[in-house]
Design a protein around this ligand. Structure first.
Ligand SMILES: C[S@@+](CC[C@H](N)C(=O)[O-])C[C@H]1O[C@@H](n2cnc3c(N)ncnc32)[C@H](O)[C@@H]1O
Length: 276
């Protein structure tokens, strides 16, 4: 039986909304420190400065919004996971935060000078609709920037986690089907996606970042309690598969041991464009 795409989209959204709310604190501790490594590059790309009206779509726990407030931009953040927004409000009292859906923005057209979306686009079941919404609320001449994980071939962290699952377990677990994780980590596809919506001056660049853990043993437990899809995927393996996957992750992570702990390289694709 083929499921109606609207039904599967709603099931996926409900799963993600609940899951991100459940892991909000873990996300803030373990992942936002990683994703925020590219925040200044994103803000530079959209020219964030004093007085710029900036919308942060899928703002999570508010680190990018906070960095924009530091530049004295007038910041609005939006995310559909209640607990993410609650943390963002505490982190960044000078920004305005909304609990809402990126695919249906509660804002008037042409309201913002810039729209940013860091590591959100890969979570939207209908990214075309989310992009159209961001385009709509952006003023003509305004800049848009998104980031997305690069695929395992260029991303040792993703290669380690997903490669270990593929070798010793199964990625085919009982989770609501979601959009592809790495679609927009492909520069050609990312450029096509933005151009198809009507954006011009599209440019893409790969930015390095790194995941830091105290020990190789910390990697899998951290991923399990702080990520939306990887965590449940790891938790849903059989006991034996989980043991084998964990051993593989520990072994792989040990190769990245340094004096400062375990530092596993990763990267994101940053895409920037202008609304004509
Ligand atoms: C990987 S996190 C990125 C958070 C933040 N931008 C960062 O860089 O750390 C993805 C965020 O997207 C949010 N999200 C996923 N789907 C969404 C949707 N349809 N509308 C609004 N937020 C959504 C999640 O709640 C989560 O906070």
């Amino acid at each position: 039986m083929t499921l109606d795409p609207i039904v599967t989209h709603e099931a996926f959204k409900e799963f993600e909304r609940d899951r991100f709310s459940d892991v909000a604190q873990g996300y803030d501790r373990a992942i936002a420190v990683v994703t925020s490594q590219v925040n200044e590059a994103i803000l530079d790309a959209v020219g964030a400065k004093c007085g710029l009206r900036l919308l942060d779509v899928a703002c999570g726990t508010g680190w990018l919004s906070a960095a924009a407030v530091k530049r004295e931009a007038i910041v609005t953040g939006l995310d559909f996971a209640e607990n993410m927004v609650a943390i963002a409000r505490v982190r960044c009292p000078k920004a305005q935060f909304h609990n809402g859906d990126a695919e249906n923005l509660p804002f008037q057209s042409s309201q913002f000078d810039a729209v940013v979306c860091s590591l959100g686009i890969l979570h939207f079941p209908n990214p075309e609709r989310a992009l159209a919404e961001s385009f709509r609320v952006l003023k003509p001449g305004g800049r848009y920037a998104l980031t997305c994980w690069t695929p395992p071939t260029r991303n040792p962290f993703m290669a380690l986690i997903l490669g270990s699952v593929q070798t010793y377990g199964s990625t085919d677990v009982n989770l609501p089907p979601g959009p592809p994780l790495f679609r927009f980590g492909n520069p050609t596809e990312c450029t096509r996606f933005l151009s198809a919506e009507g954006f011009t001056e599209v440019s893409v660049a790969e930015l390095p970042m790194k995941w830091t853990f105290s020990t190789p043993e910390d990697v899998m437990p951290t991923v399990v309690v702080s990520t939306a899809r990887l965590g449940p995927m790891l938790a849903m393996q059989t006991d034996e598969q989980r043991r084998n996957i964990e051993n593989a992750i520990i072994k792989g992570a040990s190769e990245y041991a340094t004096d400062r702990g375990v530092e596993i390289p990763a990267s994101v694709m940053l895409a920037v464009a202008r609304k004509p």
